[in-house]
Design a protein around this ligand. Structure first.
Ligand code: SF4
Length: 330
């Protein structure tokens, strides 16, 4: 019987699921995903974790609880770094331990460390270690990884072509366009697991789409462009996400066709608190693009989010309609 590997639909899922799904399936395993986030998953995560944990980490625990009894293994790699000379948030590195010490009766965790800070070659070492949970055939593991990478690059290319990762993962490509008003281009900046999770983001993507808005996220921007635009920083960013967010925002500010920028921040995220601040300073200094920071937390009342979002969109439309028509003398 095929071994079942559980992948929580949270955190790294939004960026790396296309890779790991193919990898495990090529090794003969069955991949089991947790359900879409619901109030119960959120509430379970909140109950299990300490108050100080950020919202996405709380949610991750809820997703683990959702699948732990349906699988033979839980895939929670110890992600330390996914790019040279950069780190990702240390909470990713601590995830396997947090889960192990918080949730009772869990299956074996595949917690191999993935640390590419010094070299990309470390990826293969990690992959071989993970693959050996299923087979000792090294060639088979390497072939599975090759196919997984092909699928991953296909996913990345679709995203760079303008399709939202959540639409690819949900297999929903057709966006209904009403064409009733001029479409706006709005950049939505935030961690993938915050902006693409419908429940925790309070469905911000669908709300924007329904308002005739085309959404651009930093995942759609080519890495070379991001790196070029992150060069203005006085020193290299410590965090992978920080470089992407600031490099991506700088590019979007200078592109000239962006009507507004939204930063979606998770309550309790230290990285977000200063990355959003740096982006705001850059916008205020170099442009007149309307900007708003929206905070998400475990409270589920949507009224506050809706009001702020509607006001932001209305303000952009009024400004485009009225201020653009003013003659130079006022
Ligand atoms: S980067 Fe922020 S939101 Fe993401 S896991 Fe770390 S603290 Fe949480």
């Amino acid at each position: 019987m095929n071994k079942k590997v559980g992948i929580p639909r949270a955190l790294f899922y939004y960026q790396y699921y296309p890779l790991w799904k193919v990898f495990f399936e090529e090794l003969g395993a069955e991949v089991v995903l947790s359900d879409n986030t619901t109030k119960k998953i959120m509430d379970d995560g909140v109950k299990l974790t300490v108050d100080q944990a950020c919202l996405p980490v709380k949610l991750f625990h809820g997703h683990v609880l959702n699948i732990k009894d349906k699988v033979d293994y839980l895939f929670i790699p110890r992600l330390t770094s996914v790019s040279k000379n950069e780190y990702i948030c240390p909470k990713f590195g601590g995830l396997p331990d947090m889960v192990r010490n918080t949730i009772k009766d869990i299956p074996q965790i595949i917690d191999t460390e993935i640390n590419l800070r010094k070299s990309d070659k470390k990826a293969l070492e990690a992959v071989l270690e993970i693959g050996k949970f299923f087979t000792q055939d090294v060639r088979r593991i390497k072939n599975a990884y090759k196919k997984a990478l092909e699928n991953y690059y296909e996913f990345r290319n679709k995203v760079k072509g303008g399709t939202l990762p959540c639409d690819i993962l949900d297999k929903k490509f057709n966006v209904i366009r009403k064409n009733s008003k001029r479409r706006l281009n709005i950049a939505l900046i935030g961690h993938a697991y915050n902006i693409y999770d419908k429940y925790s983001s309070m469905n911000i993507i669908d709300k924007l789409k329904k308002n005739d808005i085309d959404i651009i996220t930093i995942d759609m921007i080519d890495d070379g462009i991001i790196n070029e635009n992150a060069k203005h920083l006085n020193k290299q960013m410590f965090w992978n996400y920080g470089r992407k967010a600031i490099g991506g925002a700088t590019y979007l500010i200078e592109r000239g066709d962006i009507d507004g920028i939204i930063c979606l921040m998770a309550f309790g995220c230290g990285i977000d608190s200063f990355v959003c601040d740096l982006i705001e300073r850059k916008i205020r200094k170099n442009s007149k693009i309307p900007f708003i920071v929206l905070n998400i937390d475990e409270h589920s009342g949507e009224a506050g989010m809706n009001t702020r979002l509607e006001a932001f969109i209305d303000m952009i439309r009024w400004r485009n309609r009225d201020e653009n028509n003013l003659p130079a003398y006022g």
